[in-house]
Design a protein around this ligand. Structure first.
Ligand code: NI
Ligand code: MN
Length: 225
């Protein structure tokens, strides 16, 4: 059974069948991460968009571990130019990897690299392992087609931002849960910086009042699903 671990912000790890997949590994410069990049390993690294708090330490980790980066075409090319193995995809596209299936979804956000260069469209990601799908929405505002995502792909876990300012805040994230209709919701992208310091407990209790399971994962905490 896959194991999901939260490193705070939008940084996650999924361990399965001997493969370790990192998503948005913002660790070394992340004031809330319980681990640094030299304490994690990766076989694959999924990057939702080019912002520094999502690319994070992906390049040095990929170089060190010979991991494959999975991202949109623009980010994959940028990573490839730095000598890293990268698999390009784009929104709406799915592909089977040895560990499971990855599909990129739309996200409403920006995606420039820290140096200002173009990172293509931001994305969310559906990761399906053992017929169970985790949706990591990336940074996004609320959008109505979350309903379509949930209808097409029954979601075991939806990981969505609640921090407001840069992404959905709590009100919109609760609406997102109605659209996505997942079995379980876990909030992300809060408290890392003062401007996104919201109370995940308020979000979780409001989601539970919809009849959907919701859980706060503490920084470094894992969940087997
Ligand atoms: Ni962002
Ligand atoms: Mn972000």
């Amino acid at each position: 059974m896959p194991k999901l671990t939260y490193f705070s912000h939008a940084a996650w790890m999924i361990e399965t069948n001997g493969d370790t997949i990192l998503i948005d590994p913002f660790l070394d410069d992340n004031p809330t991460s319980p681990v640094k990049s030299n304490e994690v390993k990766a076989d694959y690294i999924i990057i939702t968009h080019a912002h520094g708090d999502h690319i994070g330490d992906a390049i040095p980790i990929a170089k060190r571990d010979n991991a494959t980066i999975i991202s949109n075409f623009e980010i994959a090319n940028w990573c490839g130019a730095q000598g890293v193995t990268a698999h390009p995809m784009h929104i709406g596209g799915a592909r089977d990897f040895p560990f499971g299936k990855v599909k990129l979804t739309q996200a409403f956000h920006g995606s420039s690299f820290p140096d200002g260069s173009y990172g293509g469209m931001p994305a969310g990601v559906l990761v399906t392992i053992d017929n169970k799908t985790v949706y990591h929405s990336g940074d996004t505002g609320l959008f109505g087609d979350m309903k379509l995502i949930g209808e097409q792909t029954p979601l075991e876990i939806a990981i969505i931002p609640i921090g407001d300012n840069f992404t959905m805040g709590i009100d919109d994230a609760v609406k997102a849960v109605e659209f996505l209709n997942p079995k379980k919701v876990i909030p992300m992208h809060y408290k890392t910086f003062d401007v996104i310091d919201v109370d995940p407990g308020e979000f979780v209790s409001r989601v539970k009042s919809l009849g959907v399971d919701a859980q706060i994962l503490e920084y470094g905490e894992s969940l087997v699903y």
